[in-house]
Write a protein that binds this ligand. Structure first.
Ligand code: URA
Length: 240
């Protein structure tokens, strides 16, 4: 348990706005503490009180961290690899204990969240929350309408038919087709298996976004802290 602190101080530290801006939010009735409209001068315990702004949780616990990593190819997502291959935790090399949210296979690169936020991890990985993940897949050959329709409506895989997906052709490339695929489920090597099933094996796969969080210009092997606004939007899409 932490010492109670003034709400405006806690929220300013969380990056929501200056203390003055937070006071204005309190006066406007936009903030709640544990479900009750906040009062000016109110003190909160950031380690246990739930703070909401406009109905969305605000990450106030001082020790919660959220990073976005551009996972490079050749790195495993597990914390400890029996084959001793490099892991994502070695790429970020943080002092604080964090873990990857979900998985990307060793050959796949792109957006991966690392955090010590257990609730958010649960929400992002639980199938019932259906958070959209978008991939850019370089698929071998010329992907035509039939294959595209199959990818979109559902492909029969050995662990069952895939859920409907949003798919579109981004461009034709040498010997292949760049296809954007948005999934709401995350089975093992799903995009690669979908590509195999429609006769267009995936040659390169990049996850470009997780819900509202896009990879942007982050280079492979680089990572950055998510902003409080980004964490709040993740809380919002997962209903936290
Ligand atoms: N689909 C894949 O094939 N691999 C991943 O890592 C994620 C989705």
């Amino acid at each position: 348990m932490n010492e109670p602190e003034r709400l405006q101080k806690v929220l300013a530290r969380a990056g929501v706005g200056s203390r003055r801006a937070v006071e204005t939010m309190i006066e406007a009735g936009r903030l709640k503490v544990n479900g009750q409209v906040a009062r000016l001068g109110q003190r909160v315990d950031p380690s246990k009180d739930k703070v909401e702004l406009d109905g969305s949780s605000v990450p106030v616990a001082v020790d919660l961290v959220h990073y976005l990593l551009h996972k490079p190819v050749g790195v495993v997502t597990t914390a400890d690899d029996p084959e001793d291959r490099p892991t994502v935790l070695e790429v970020v090399d943080l002092e604080r204990r964090v873990w990857p949210v979900g998985r990307l296979d060793i050959d796949t690169e792109g957006a991966l969240i690392l955090t010590n936020d257990g609730e958010l991890t649960q929400a992002l990985t639980h199938p019932s929350f259906k958070v959209e993940k978008t991939y850019l897949a370089d698929m071998k050959g010329s992907v035509g309408n039939r294959a595209l329709r199959l990818l979109a409506t559902g492909v029969e895989l050995d662990d069952g038919k895939t859920q409907p997906a949003a798919v579109r052709i981004v461009e034709r490339v040498a010997g292949g087709t760049l296809v954007e695929i948005t999934l709401t489920e995350g089975r093992n090597r799903q995009v690669r298996r979908m590509g195999d099933a429609v006769g267009h094996p995936v040659r390169r796969l990049v996850r470009v976004s997780i819900g509202p969080i896009g990879l942007g210009r982050l280079k492979p092997g680089s990572f950055r802290r998510l902003s409080p606004e980004e964490v709040m939007t993740l809380y919002r899409v997962t209903g936290l």
